[in-house]
Design a protein around this ligand. Sequence first.
Ligand code: DQB
Ligand code: GRF
Length: 191
Amino acid sequence: MKKRRVGVLISGNGSNLQALIDACAAADYPAQIVLVISNKPDAYGLVRAKNAGIPAHIVNHKDYASREEFDIAMNVLLNKYEAEFVCLAGFMRILSAGFVDAWQGRMLNIHPSLLPDFKGGHAVRDALAAGAKETGCSVHLVTEEMDAGEVIAQAKISILTDDSEEKLHQRIHEQEHLLYPQALKILINNN
Ligand code: DQB
Ligand code: GRF
């Protein structure tokens, strides 16, 4: 089996990046991470990448005059490393139409709700506030419209009566770490 080449974009802790790194360590997993890009210079995920021997690059959005130029800088790196797929893993910048088009059908994001419920940046808080009985996480294809692309895989999590946002997000994270490697494998097997 020839491993497919994946670039991962992060902004922070990178626990989902770690889950993908760990999955890729298995000889029979169909992907390898060829680079990690962070828009935040202090993202802990950069340390995770270096510890795994993966090239780690900072592309700081503050260094670019426009969203398009920032996105092009990331694309130059992804092309340099010959990435075939892109995984967003806690990446917090909205991507321009040009970038999304370039990776159409080959770019995934993980979101902490059962999409299409609770799109946006406060999905865990919003599910609690709505009094939902269950929530979860979704891996979806990235389209220009935020959190609206085709869902590839989901996992459900019960909301407990005494849940806090922090406790619920922690349980969601545990499921995310199982789900994201499965979803990437599904995408690769379909491509
Ligand atoms: C994200 C969810 C929310 C945000 C970012 C990413 C957000 O609202 N950030 C604050 C604004 C920062 C900024 O100015 O950029 N989840 N791009 C496209 N479509 C997506 C998903 C994520 C990131 C970029 C998408 C994305 O579905 N076009 C990940
Ligand atoms: C995850 O909850 C993911 O669903 C959301 O951002 C968080 C990233 O966490 N998009 P981490 O950086 O992977 O630990």
